[in-house]
Design a protein around this ligand. Structure first.
Ligand code: F0G
Length: 353
């Protein structure tokens, strides 16, 4: 079956018209994979939504295709965003595809290498500031009020509209909403978008509603502590955010869904990151694994009932951030001479025969 991207496939649920260009990189339709081993070990029915399978390797493509298509429709020639990396990669790709100029403002030294490579390759203008994401976002919001540029951060309502399609896909695949949707929280757009999507589908199809479980990184957990974090810190740089733009929408989603918000430490994130790759063959970036770390923690504390059907959102591809992978799982190959027998003997030794 062919898949023509979100504007075509979910157009009737999106604010598009005949005037909206049919922009696409064939985003969406990402795999929902059951984690067989972890489900058994943890006594739940656990599935992951692999958003790293999107064209630029993160969920941002869902919102960006719509934000950029609407920018074109409205006659804009330039898009701008602040980013911890994935938004900038996605904005740059869709702008390139649509023939728009793209400007990205990023926190110096705090963006994973793959994401930076993407922005460069897609031809964005890159501005790196000696500040964090929250400060970068303030600057671009300010600029977009007076200049002829379209802001494509998730404060642009088309972003959340596009991102809500992930909830549609979860329901379309499972047949109904799961008991719990676990998701990493940074700027708090995605948790808000999923909740919107689940509510809309339930209104149309009586597909049910999940409880929303959001997880922030411990050094960057404004929702958990109910205060702005001036100097957020975490190795999960994608969610190194101290003052989320969609704060109140996320609080609504948590309240309305009888949800749960908690923090996970960098150590817990790394453990989940390695566990997911080694036991299930799925490589997601560290921020994404806050959802897995959070599930594990919630089962241990009893907040997450055994037997629940849980969907964890894996927001970005592990290949985005090879440095963190290698730092925590050093590549130490066995170095051998180019001697056929010696190599064979060594390999046989590792096979335990
Ligand atoms: N996971 C990844 C991989 C992300 O890149 C982000 C956000 C999130 C989770 C959190 O999502 O902000 O909607 O709560 N990245 C943004 C960026 C901030 O600039 O790429 P959120």
């Amino acid at each position: 079956m062919s898949w023509d991207g979100l504007i075509k496939e979910y157009g009737e649920n999106l604010p598009v018209s005949g005037q909206t260009p049919g922009l696409t990189l064939h985003e969406g339709n990402t795999p929902l994979i059951k984690l067989e081993t972890l489900s058994k070990e943890w006594g739940i029915d656990l599935h992951v939504k692999v958003e790293g399978a999107n064209p630029t390797g993160s969920f941002k493509d869902r919102g960006m295709v719509l934000a950029v298509a609407k920018a074109v429709e409205e006659g804009s020639s330039t898009v701008i965003c602040a980013s911890t990396g994935n938004t900038s990669a996605s904005a740059a790709a869709y702008a390139a595809r649509a023939g728009l100029k793209c400007i990205v403002v990023i926190p110096e030294g705090k963006i994973a290498q793959g994401k930076l490579a993407q922005a460069v390759m897609y031809g964005a203008e890159i501005v790196s500031i000696e500040g964090n994401f929250d400060q970068a976002l303030e600057i671009v919001r300010d600029l977009s009020r007076t200049e002829a540029v379209t802001l494509v951060n998730s404060v642009n309502p088309y972003r959340l509209e596009g991102q809500k399609t992930a909830a549609f896909e979860v329901v379309d695949t499972l047949g109904s909403a799961p008991d719990i949707l676990a998701i990493p929280v940074g700027n708090a757009g995605n948790i808000s978008a999923y909740w919107k999507g689940f509510k809309e589908y339930d209104g149309k199809k009586q597909s049910g509603l999940p409880r929303m479980f959001g997880f922030e990184a411990s050094g960057a957990a404004p929702l958990v502590h109910d205060r702005v974090i001036e100097q957020p810190e975490t190795l999960a740089t994608a969610i190194r955010i101290g003052n989320p733009a969609s704060w109140s929408l996320a609080v609504d989603a948590l309240k309305e869904s009888n949800g749960h918000i908690n923090e996970v430490t960098d150590e817990e994130i790394i453990e989940a990151y390695q566990l997911l790759a080694k036991t299930e063959g799925i490589f997601a970036e560290p921020a994404s694994c806050a959802s897995i770390a959070g599930i594990r923690k919630s089962i241990q504390s009893g907040v997450l009932p055994k037997g629940s059907k849980v969907v964890a959102v894996l927001t970005g591809n592990g290949l985005k951030d090879p440095q963190t992978a290698i730092e925590y799982s050093p590549v130490i190959p066995a170095k051998l001479p180019n001697d056929r027998e010696a190599v064979k003997d060594y390999i046989k030794g590792t096979m335990g025969v």
